[in-house]
Design a protein around this ligand. Sequence first.
Ligand SMILES: CC(C)=CCC/C(C)=C/CC/C(C)=C/COP(=O)(O)OP(=O)(O)O
Length: 431
Amino acid sequence: MQSAPQFLGSYACRRCTANIASTSARRCLARSASTYTRPKSVAFASYFFHNSRWTSYASPGRLPVPSPVPARRVAQVAGQDDISYTSSITTPPIAWRRSEVLTPRRLFKVYAQLAKSRLTVLVVLTAMGGVAMSPLPATASVLFFTTVGTTLCSVAANTINQIREVPYDAQMARTRNRPLVRKAITPTHAAGFAAVTGIAGPAILWTMVNPTTAILGALNIALYAGVYTSLKRTSIVNTWVGAVVGSLPPLMGWAACGGHILPSAEYPIHIFLPSFLSSVPVDLALVDNPLAPFAFFMVLYSWQFPHFNALSYLVRASYAQAGYKMLSVVNPAKNALVSLRHTLLLIPMCSVLVPLSGLTTWAFALTSLVPNAIWAHAAWKFWRHGSEKHARTTFHHSLWYMPVILGLMMFHKQGVDWTSWIWGKQEDEDE
Ligand SMILES: CC(C)=CCC/C(C)=C/CC/C(C)=C/COP(=O)(O)OP(=O)(O)O
């Protein structure tokens, strides 16, 4: 473990530094400490209200700057005593620097960082995927307000997540430059931003789209910022909860168009057999089928495991350092096995569940086999060899896999026959 002065050199607030041996200083240490041995409960309220007064002892006249003694830490979690690495914290994670002046332009940039803008764009795109796959038409107003409402919900969820994770984000190179860690914005300001977006998002969805979409948005904020964020440091189950969070936006898009996501007497579950097994022609009136959004949800749910587990394996040292309970840290072999399991599960999902639900025609069952086979092969190699090289390949495959699978789903969408649409046009021209 690092020595107390090293941690305190970066993170103790002024009030707590008067007496470095005092309880509050120890509390500061606890909230900064990386944890294989979990810290005592982090005094969140203390962090929250002290943060704007945090200072660095690297400035002269305060406590001495700690000598940069390399700290070596060996992970010993769940019998995995083979993960060892040299901690990169040989100097305080954040050096003293003048605080940023928040011009409107900088403030916008800070808000975008709090929103994790790229993730938010992806979330909105998957919600639009739900709209695109819905058999029910969407008006321009529904499209616009679903986009705005979903964006605001995602912004709020990501902001709350960052407010809660400052001491841990500060310990990972990947997240060390986030606005709250570098103190570009106070936690109070960020909390205000989260409150405004977190109320406006569901309110817009409720009033301008429909209550079901609003409830899904609010539920997802709670699931991500509340349940998932807490579980990250307590249980590997976090990844399964995070996968639900990532799969809910398409349901929001589906619900926004008025589609039903739960079966009822009025909207029971239908199955759409392939034409060689059924003589009944597809009744497009039945395509608003609760099994369809469930199939979409499941594809996104399973996609996240090989995507996230492969990435998580590549950054496992920093996850370990910040004390996150990730499968890639506690059990790398199982981490790769879970990735493989979900790439294999995606095959029957795409080749049976999706066409059976009426979301696509049965042609999708065949065309989806190609991307599924390529990705499953990469995940199998990752599981066999457990190397970073294969983790990277599995991760890179996840990046093209999702747009390809969504594109194929759109191409084979039930009731939309692109080929006859093109041929039909040609016939029209011939006439
Ligand atoms: C509509 C609505 C509310 C949508 C929310 C969508 C959303 C925020 C999805 C995130 C999914 C997820 C588990 C990301 C990882 O977060 P992480 O905390 O592990 O990432 P980090 O390590 O980069 O902080």
